[in-house]
Design a protein around this ligand. Structure first.
Ligand code: HEM
Length: 351
C-alpha cells in the first residue's frame, strides 16, 4: 500500500491488519519478533507498551531534557571546534545512540555493537538481500549482547532497563519478554533517529537558505524535523497480515496476506501533500506517517523530537553555515533510508 489514506486506514485497523504474525517480510525474522511490543496486538500489546510508557510520556521526558541538551552542547562544541567533520559518523551515529543507551542504563563497553547491530536488524525486516546476508553475524552478536542486559548488575539504577526488570520481578513480563522489550526500544531508537539527523544536516549543506531561515527563526526547529521525516522517512515500511478479506482502493486482498504499509510512499502522496518532493520549511506536516499510526504509532516519537530539536538548538548557537566537502554516500539498507557519509565543514557563528 502506497497511498496516504490507505496506509493510514490500515495502520488504524489492527483488527483487520494484524501485527501479531510479525511486521517483517520473512518468517525467519518474524519468529524472533513475535510477542514483542512491535509484533503483537491488543490487549497483549498494550501491556507490553505500558512498561515504559511513563518514561516516554512528556512528563518523563521533561526530566531528562536538560541532560540531553547538555550532551548536545558538548558534542556540537567538539565537532565545531574541529571545523570539519562527518555528519553521519561524528554526530548522527554518536548522539542518539549514547542518549538512548544512557537512558536504558547500558554499560559503555559493547556500545560499538549497537549501531551495526540495529542497522542489520532493520535490514532483516525486508527481503533476504546480500546486504542482510553479510550482516547476519552482526545481528547475532547484537542480540547476544542485548540478552546479557537482563543482568541488573550491568544496568544503571533508575534507567529504562531497570524498569523493564521490575516488570519481570512483579510478573508483568517474562524474561524473554524483557529481552525483547529492551532490544525493541534500543533498535527502534537508533537507525531511525540516526538517519533522520543525517538527512537534516545534509539538507542544511544542500540548502543554505533553509539554515539561514532556521537561524533567524529557531522556533522552526520542530517543523524542520517533521518535514525531514516526511520527505526522508527513515523506516520505509513495515508489514501486516490480513485477518479477513479486505478491499483497499478497489482491490480485494484475501485473508492471510502479508501487506506492506509503505510509510515513505504515503508521505510523498501528491493526493495528500501538494508538491510532495519539495522541502517546505513551513509545511509542518504533523500528520505524516514516518512514526506510523494507530496502536503501534512510535512509542519514542517524543524522544526523537527532543533529540532532534536539542541538537538543532546546539548547532544554531554555534554555526552560521554548513558546506559539503566531498560526496554524500548513501547507505545500502533496503528497509531504512540511510546515509553512510556526509562530509561537512562549517563557518562558526560570529557571536
Ligand atoms: C526519527 C526517529 C524514529 C522513527 C522514524 C521511528 C519510526 C517508527 C515507526 C514507523 C513505528 C511504527 C511501527 C509499526 O506500526 O509497525 C515505530 C514504532 C516504535 N518505535 Fe519508533 N521511530 C523513531 C524513534 C524511536 C525512538 C527514539 C524510540 C525509543 C527510544 C522508538 C521506539 C519505538 C517503539 C518501542 C515502537 C513500537 C511501538 C508499538 O508497536 O506499539 N522509536 N517507530
Amino acid at each position: 500500500m502506497t497511498r496516504y489514506d490507505d496506509v493510514r486506514a490500515a495502520a488504524a485497523d489492527w483488527q483487520s491488519f494484524t501485527s501479531a504474525q510479525g511486521v517483517a517480510l520473512l518468517p525467519e525474522f518474524n519468529g524472533n519478533l513475535v510477542g514483542s511490543v512491535l509484533a503483537s496486538d491488543p490487549p497483549e500489546h498494550d501491556q507490553l507498551r505500558a512498561v515504559l510508557s511513563e518514561k516516554l510520556a512528556p512528563k518523563g521526558l521533561s526530566k531528562v531534557r536538560s541532560d540531553i541538551r547538555g550532551y548536545a552542547d558538548q558534542l556540537v562544541e567538539q565537532v565545531v571546534s574541529r571545523g570539519r567533520f562527518d555528519a553521519v559518523v561524528d554526530v548522527a551515529r554518536v548522539f542518539p545512540i549514547n542518549v538512548v543507551a544512557d537512558l536504558v542504563g547500558l554499560p559503555q563497553e559493547g556500545r560499538d555493537k549497537l549501531h551495526p547491530g540495529a542497522d542489520a536488524t532493520f535490514a532483516g525486516f525486508g527481503p533476504f538481500t546480500p546486504y542482510l546476508q553479510e550482516r547476519l553475524p552482526a545481528v547475532r552478536g547484537y542480540h547476544e549482547w542485548m540478552a546479557q542486559m537482563t543482568d541488573r548488575a550491568k544496568l544503571t539504577p533508575g534507567g529504562w532497563g531497570e524498569v523493564v526488570m521490575d516488570a519481570v520481578d512483579d510478573g508483568r513480563l517474562s524474561m524473554l519478554g524483557a529481552i525483547k522489550t529492551i532490544s525493541a526500544y534500543m533498535t527502534a531508537g537508533m537507525d531511525t533517529t540516526v538517519n533522520a539527523i543525517s538527512a537534516m544536516l545534509r539538507l542544511f549543506a544542500d540548502s543554505p537558505e533553509v539554515w539561514s531561515t532556521l537561524k533567524s527563526e529557531p522556533t522552526l526547529a520542530g517543523p524542520v524535523f517533521e518535514e525531514i521525516l516526511r520527505l526522508e522517512t527513515p523506516v520505509q515500511g513495515f508489514f501486516r497480515v490480513t485477518t479477513k478479506e479486505v478491499t483497499v482502493g478497489g482491490v480485494t486482498i484475501p485473508k492471510d496476506q502479508r501487506v506492506l504499509l509503505h510509510w515513505a510512499a504515503a508521505n510523498r502522496d501528491p493526493g495528500h501533500y501538494p508538491d510532495p518532493a519539495r522541502f517546505d520549511i513551513r509545511r509542518n506536516p504533523l500528520d505524516h506517517m514516518a512514526f506510523g499510526y494507530g496502536v503501534h504509532a512510535c512509542a519514542g516519537q517524543g524522544m526523537a523530537r527532543m533529540e532532534a530539536v536539542t541538537l538543532l538548538e546546539a548547532f544554531i548557537e554555534r554555526v552560521d553555515r554548513f558546506e559539503l566537502t566531498g560526496p554524500v554516500v548513501r547507505g545500502g539498507n533496503p528497509v531504512v533510508r540511510s546515509l553512510d557519509s556526509v562530509p561537512l565543514s562549517i563557518l562558526p557563528a560570529r557571536s
